[in-house]
Design a protein around this ligand. Structure first.
Ligand code: CA
Length: 362
């Protein structure tokens, strides 16, 4: 009886709304159809054409924007060095020579060292945690604010998942084995190793294999099993160390801000949504392909953890690097504060959830 009364009054309620016309009036704008003008954007990347996972990821991004917009949003993808050199995509987009770029965030730490934190932290947050800090913990607001000074509007454009610690020609058994070691390693990880006696070297991707094979360098990091095997590193070094310096590196798909502001809300919504889809897919693709490539690694490759004394010293050196950079750059200090606030909040929950569960599962 009670139920019948409830249904009866609900039907009456909707009827009353329809009679007064309020319902219709409220939804009027939702029925309006906007005709989109065709927009074509030029996007340059820092990768070779259709480079696995990163390059194919941005190709798919452009295709999905085109499909979802009914063909009104065309993003033309230019691989590295076609329109602009790989390491000049930031400047070219900032100066409105092109409309957007897809690259790695830590490449731009020379513009502002704070940017390296948006790209990920040695011994820090994983991909999932980084994405959470950026979306919910205030990271993205800071990133947008600092990039606006360069006339840029950033979106996350993928993440690599945990990276490996790198390929070494000889085993690392103690801190002293690091002294004078020549290693290709960029970013904050390189800064940390420098304080442990390593000589960090930057090399263009095309020169790393030959340098390692000939012994011009003693070690190199790259990404993980899938992309590392493509580079042939398993043929030039026998020791493959587990990761610590890039637990969750963030890639970016960044737009010229003036150009972004002039896009229609529909095109902005499509780009934002597809960039999130792209990020999720890239993390899954890295996980799957790394797992598969690891299973297929040649048998003579020895997978090792760095000794505890090396990782303990890396933690101390990282603290010093962060302290020094915070003193030099107020932006770095502010971004690090936000990052640390989230890390602290996240740790307690992660300890009793993911970390605890993985221990139980093992
Ligand atoms: Ca790397």
């Amino acid at each position: 009886m009670k139920r019948r009364n409830f249904i009866g009054s609900s039907v009456l309620g909707v009827g009353a709304l329809a009679l007064c016309g309020c319902y219709k009036e409220e939804n009027k704008d939702r029925n309006k159809v906007t005709v989109q003008k065709k927009v074509t954007l030029k996007l340059a990347t820092s990768w070779p054409a259709h480079f696995p996972i990163m390059g194919t990821g941005v190709d798919n991004f452009a295709n999905k924007c085109f499909e979802l917009s009914g063909g009104t949003l065309e993003i033309k993808v230019y691989p590295k060095n076609i329109l602009v050199p790989a390491m000049q995509v930031f400047d070219a987009t900032s100066a409105s020579q092109i409309d957007a770029f897809h690259s790695g965030v830590y490449y731009w730490k020379g513009k502002n060292s704070a940017f390296s934190i948006f790209g990920g932290m040695p011994l820090g947050l994983t991909s999932e945690e980084m994405l959470t800090w950026l979306k919910f913990g205030g990271g993205m607001e800071l990133w947008r604010e600092l990039y606006a000074k360069f006339n840029l509007y950033p979106l996350v454009g993928g993440s690599t998942g945990p990276q490996m610690g790198g390929w070494f020609k000889k085993p690392i058994n103690s801190l002293s084995d690091l002294k004078g070691l020549k290693m290709r390693i960029p970013g904050l990880g390189g800064e940390v190793l420098k304080r442990l006696g390593v000589n960090p070297i930057l090399l263009p991707a095309g020169e790393i294999y030959t340098s390692l094979e000939r012994g011009t360098i003693d070690a190199t990091e790259w990404v993980g099993p899938a992309l590392d095997r493509m580079m042939g590193f398993d043929k030039a070094a026998d020791y493959y160390y587990t990761g610590w310096h890039e637990p969750g590196s963030i890639l970016e798909i960044t737009f010229n801000k003036e150009r972004w502001d002039k896009l229609s809300p529909q095109h902005q919504a499509i780009i934002t949504t597809v960039s999130e889809e792209m990020t999720g897919t890239m993390v899954e693709e890295f996980r799957y392909k790394n797992a598969k490539a690891l299973a297929e690694l040649p048998k003579h490759i020895k997978i090792k953890n760095f000794p505890k004394e090396v990782m303990d010293s890396a933690k101390v050196a990282l603290k010093e690097v962060l302290k020094d950079e915070s003193q030099k750059n107020p932006d770095f200090k502010r971004v690090l504060k936000s990052y640390n606030r989230f890390s602290k909040l996240n740790k307690k929950w992660d300890d009793i959830s993911t970390k605890n569960f993985l221990n139980i599962r093992n």
